[in-house]
Design a protein around this ligand. Structure first.
Ligand code: PLP
Length: 403
């Protein structure tokens, strides 16, 4: 038989995705992250950014990046372990450790790499990593890179985890602090208790809690009243509420030193630009200081939930700026997203495999930079969605099913 052109398989797969409503497409933004966006050349009101505090386009953060570039140049030139680790990186690690209350913090280029790095450094073949079913893909991929056995427990179900943990040795438990597609919180005190009883590591990924929850925006742990001693590993990202880019892991001195020795996504990559660390130092201090941003955000969350409830929209149980509206099928989520787009409002449809099959949704996110008038425009457009009535009745039957 003659060899088959391998590109033919790609074509068939792409066609299949398009038919199933699963085709992913990028849009081109013509300006900075802010509610008044320019998308594919059209003015749009955006409700899908993770820039929860409105810091991504803050003049002081921009100035710090520019001054940082003037001092350090642009590229870091090398990995942290070669000669890419600058005094700016060092100062940011110290500030993040102080902020989170851990002895040390270690910068990673991205949150995806931080999760891969921690899990693969701490778990290996023959060891079991337990993860919430709705964890971010990077936590799941971390267990794959580690070649560990990955076991997923039902969403936010600490009792189920405790039962499963009795039958298998537990090396590490990993969870989102705030779930990225649902906006709800993990049962952190219960998970901490299980980790302590089983002698497992507990890793909390607080990508969506930092800056948003807790005193000074310290995140989910502070929100839940947990001490740092109860959660040995905290991962945080800098590209969401902090408005810049990158990530860090906080923990004990020995943990951080071990990551420096072992975490391949830390070792084998170029350090991020030092100027970016300078910008993050400024955005971190703004995020801590400006309680009004968090107050504004939480007022918007309450206003949105009140308005959406009055419309009978299927809301999730979320106290955070992530407010998903369940559509069910991918086709309906896409229809809704397109209908909002026609009304000048940008909310992306989130479909499987990012969320479980049958739970495609609009992932609405709010930012301190939104005005009440912005929110009212969103609510008016949501009220006019096609097929909303049938979605509401279906959803009251199924709720967001626990998977
Ligand atoms: C965004 C996100 C990440 C990845 O962080 P990046 O810095 O964007 O790579 C990891 N975990 C969660 C829960 C996230 O939402």
């Amino acid at each position: 038989m003659p060899p088959v052109d391998p590109a033919l398989g790609l074509r068939a797969d792409l066609e299949h995705r398009r038919a199933a409503g699963l085709y992913r497409q990028r849009r081109v933004q013509g300006g900075p992250q802010q509610p008044q966006a320019r998308t594919d050349g059209r003015p749009m009101l955006a409700f899908c950014s993770n820039d929860y505090l409105g810091l991504a386009n803050h003049p002081e953060v921009i100035a710090a990046l520019q001054q940082g570039a003037a001092r350090w140049g642009v590229g870091s030139g090398a990995a942290h372990l070669v000669n890419g680790h600058s005094a700016a990186h060092q100062a940011l690690e110290e500030a993040l450790a102080e902020f989170t209350g851990y002895p040390r913090a270690l910068l990673f280029s991205t949150g995806y790499m931080a999760n891969l790095g921690v899990i693969s450094a701490l778990a290996g073949r023959g060891e079991t990593v337990f993860e919430d079913r709705r964890n971010h893909a990077s936590l799941l991929d971390g267990a794959l890179l580690a070649r560990a056995t990955l076991r997923r427990y039902p969403h936010a179900d600490a009792a189920a985890l405790a039962r499963l943990a009795q039958t298998a040795g537990v090396r590490l438990i990993a969870t989102d602090g705030v779930f990225s597609m649902d906006g709800d919180l993990a049962p952190l005190p219960d998970l901490a208790a299980i980790a302590a009883q089983t002698g497992a590591w507990l890793l909390v990924d607080d990508a969506h809690g930092l800056g948003v929850l807790g005193r000074e925006g310290r995140g989910s742990l502070d929100h839940c009243g947990l001490a740092t001693g109860q959660v040995p590993i905290l991962m945080g990202t800098l590209g969401k509420a902090l408005g810049t880019f990158g990530a860090f892991v906080a923990g004990s001195h020995d943990l951080i030193e071990s990551l420096i020795q072992r975490a391949r996504p830390y070792i084998y990559t170029t350090a991020s630009p030092p100027a970016l660390a300078e910008a993050t130092l400024v955005s971190l201090s703004l995020a801590r200081r400006d309680d009004w941003r968090r107050e504004r955000l939480h007022a918007l969350i309450a206003r949105f939930r009140h308005g959406a409830a009055q419309l009978g929209l299927p809301l999730a149980d979320s106290p955070t700026p992530i407010q998903p509206i369940l559509a069910g099928s991918s086709a309906r989520a896409l229809d809704w997203s397109r209908a909002l787009e026609a009304a000048g409002i940008l909310v992306t449809a989130i479909r499987p495999p990012t969320v479980p099959a049958g739970t495609a949704r609009l992932r609405v996110t709010l930012s301190a930079a939104h005005t009440d008038a912005d929110l009212d425009r969103l609510l008016a457009a949501l009220a006019a969605l096609p097929g909303l009535d049938s979605a509401v009745t279906e959803n009251t039957r199924t709720k967001i099913s626990r998977t």
